[in-house]
Ligand binder design. Structure first.
Ligand SMILES: Nc1ncnc2c1ncn2[C@@H]1O[C@H](COP(=O)(O)OP(=O)(O)OP(=O)(O)O)[C@@H](O)[C@H]1O
Ligand SMILES: [Mg+2]
Length: 333
């Protein structure tokens, strides 16, 4: 498995499996993650995101399947992979009793920095993450958002080629979340590939160039956020005619061209049509134009990733909480 095609991939996995007892936490996952940019792994509680990441970071040995990370085999070259990647866990790996700078110096020393150099690197990182004021404060007195930022800072002592971020913004407020998003984007600008897991559809939509949706240890959809939305094919065309008297005629034309449900809105001049494909919206608008009906406004809306998840799994993401009751997972399938 060498050659140019493969070198373009940061992660290439085929049929990865990991079971805990009778629970197949990761049940045959394939991934092809390009270098550069942000790749999202989206899934509800217990979907297998952390387990998949831990196998790719060589912290957990797969039961079967194969995976190469930055061109190196997870079974035979784990040490090499660990030198090249960073993993920031769902649960921060900080020493609560140490201060912000002490945590970073400790990590720097583990990476082989001399004491003064470790301190310099630590202070630079605290500065970059807006934590200079908290340098001398014990981590147990940090807020959740500060902890998250320090944790990410700690994984950047040496700039990784590939960074695994496991739910980097779970449980933090919107402002801290935006700061973490900015940090992630800056890393990508610096050439680091990011593999990020999230339960937040909006986060995947905002950050990821491509994403895999996983459920019960399997990839159930893969593509760009736009492709996933288009795959569901449930965009909507909203039209507002100038004269409400034209609405019945407009409804007939839309229905004829689109062949989908047309909803009469409470506003007597407005109609909304669901779309099988976005490009048919253009045909519908052209037909309205030819008929001489005057349109005041129109808009084409894409479905949200929430709707994508609902369409893919038949359930909204929130109702998927199986982590506390793994015995029901089989029954639910
Ligand atoms: N060390 C372990 N021992 C036993 N079972 C485990 C272990 N780690 C994970 N599991 C089980 O494997 C399944 C997948 O867990 P995993 O932590 O990978 O999910 P996740 O997608 O990261 O969920 P969350 O969003 O809650 O973090 C769950 O059913 C979980 O209970
Ligand atoms: Mg997890």
């Amino acid at each position: 498995m060498t050659g140019t095609a493969e070198e373009a991939l940061a992660v290439e996995a085929h049929g990865l499996v990991k079971s805990f007892g009778s629970n197949r936490a990761v049940d045959g996952i394939d991934l092809a993650i390009p270098r550069g940019g942000i790749y999202g792994v989206l899934g509800p509680n217990g979907a297998g995101k952390t387990t998949a990441l831990r196998m790719l970071a060589t912290l957990l040995r797969p039961d079967s399947g194969e995976a190469r990370v930055l061109g190196h085999d997870v079974f035979t070259e784990p040490k090499r992979i660990r030198e090249l990647v960073a993993l920031t866990g769902q649960f921060a790996s900080l020493d609560e009793d140490l201060t912000g700078i002490e945590n970073l110096v400790l990590l720097g020393r583990l990476y082989g920095f001399a004491p003064a150099a470790a301190r310099r690197r630590g202070m630079d990182l605290l500065d970059a993450f807006g934590l200079t004021d908290a340098a001398g404060r014990q981590v147990k007195k940090f807020s959740g958002g500060m902890r998250r930022r320090l944790d990410i800072a700690g994984s950047l002592i040496v700039t990784p080629r590939l960074m695994f971020l496991d739910e980097p913004t779970t449980g933090i407020d919107p402002r801290s979340r935006n700061q973490v998003w900015d940090i992630i984007r800056t890393l990508v600008d610096g050439g680091t590939t990011i593999l990020l897991t999230t339960q937040y559809l909006e986060e995947a939509d905002q950050l990821a160039g491509r994403l895999a949706v996983i459920d019960h240890g399997r990839v159930i959809a893969e593509g760009t956020p736009g492709q996933l939305k288009a795959q569901i094919g449930q965009g909507a065309l909203s039209v507002r005619v100038i004269d409400p008297a034209d609405r019945p005629a407009a409804e007939e034309i839309l229905s004829g061209v689109l062949g989908t449900d047309i909803t009469r809105e409470a506003d007597p001049a407005a109609l909304t049509a669901s779309l099988a494909e976005n490009r048919t919206a253009a045909e519908a608008l052209a037909a309205l134009d030819r008929s001489g009906i005057e349109i005041e406004t129109f808009s084409i809306g894409q479905p949200s990733l929430d709707e994508v998840f609902l369409a893919l799994t038949g359930k909204p993401a929130e109702e998927h909480d199986s982590a506390d009751e793994p015995e029901t997972e089989e029954a639910a399938r």
